[in-house]
Design a protein. Structure first.
Length: 221
């Protein structure tokens, strides 16, 4: 399966829930938000069926996302079911990390290949404000628990806001076996009210702090 520019499509994101245990300021309002009723959410059987159809179209990689996927019960079992579909090479997960420590062993045992952890700042008070009550210590505990599995790829996604956060998060990649990725502020929903940093700003900031860099041109999942 190719898109209109001739690029091969082999990767599919599957949202397993719209619910989340955080209320990040650029993602959703602090209150008055209505979630989908349970009967309107795809069952695991329906998700598995969609992924099997995707394989017929050339899909080989599945990323489970949300909301926050780990708030839905049974996600490790879903990982195992999807990993068992002939033609699926990788099942990965994106998470805020808050519930990761408790579930990482089951996730890896069921075949999880990679985990993307969303952390925009390492500052405890800044994190609390941005997530409207989140605890950075729990997110970092989740990250540390994931790093205990040598075959599991661990990535940190950051929406860049201030220079101090960019530098401290970039240092994670220097000190640990972690890929740190600065991602776009999506101009949808509450995100329309916030400005992230342009890639040129990030390049300049990292160059000033760490020296020359080399652009990595290969695809990063």
């Amino acid at each position: 399966m190719n898109d209109q520019y001739g690029r091969r499509i082999d990767y599919m994101r599957v949202s397993v829930t719209d619910r989340c245990n955080l209320r990040c300021v650029y993602c959703m309002p602090g209150e008055g938000f209505s979630f989908l009723p349970h009967e309107d959410i795809l069952s695991f059987e329906e998700i598995e069926r969609v992924c099997r159809i995707g394989v017929r179209l050339g899909i080989t990689k599945i990323k489970l996302t949300g909301g926050e996927p780990l708030v839905r019960r049974g996600i490790p079992d879903l990982v195992g079911k999807l990993k068992g579909i002939p033609g699926i090479d990788e099942v990965t997960l994106t998470t805020n990390g808050i519930l990761l420590k408790e579930q990482i062993n089951e996730l890896v045992s069921n075949g999880l290949a990679s985990v993307n952890i969303s952390i925009d700042t390492l500052d405890e008070r800044h994190y609390f404000r941005m997530t409207r009550g989140g605890d950075i210590k729990k997110a970092l505990e989740g990250m540390e628990s994931a790093l205990k599995y040598p075959d599991l790829k661990v990535k940190v996604n950051c929406v860049p806001f201030c220079e101090e956060d960019c530098i401290s998060l970039a240092l994670l990649a220097k000190k640990r076996k972690i890929d740190v990725r600065f991602i776009e502020m999506m101009p949808i929903g509450n995100g329309k009210n916030f400005n992230g940093k342009m890639s040129e700003e990030i390049y300049k900031l990292l160059h000033n702090e760490f020296g020359d860099y080399e652009i990595y041109k290969k695809r990063v999942g």
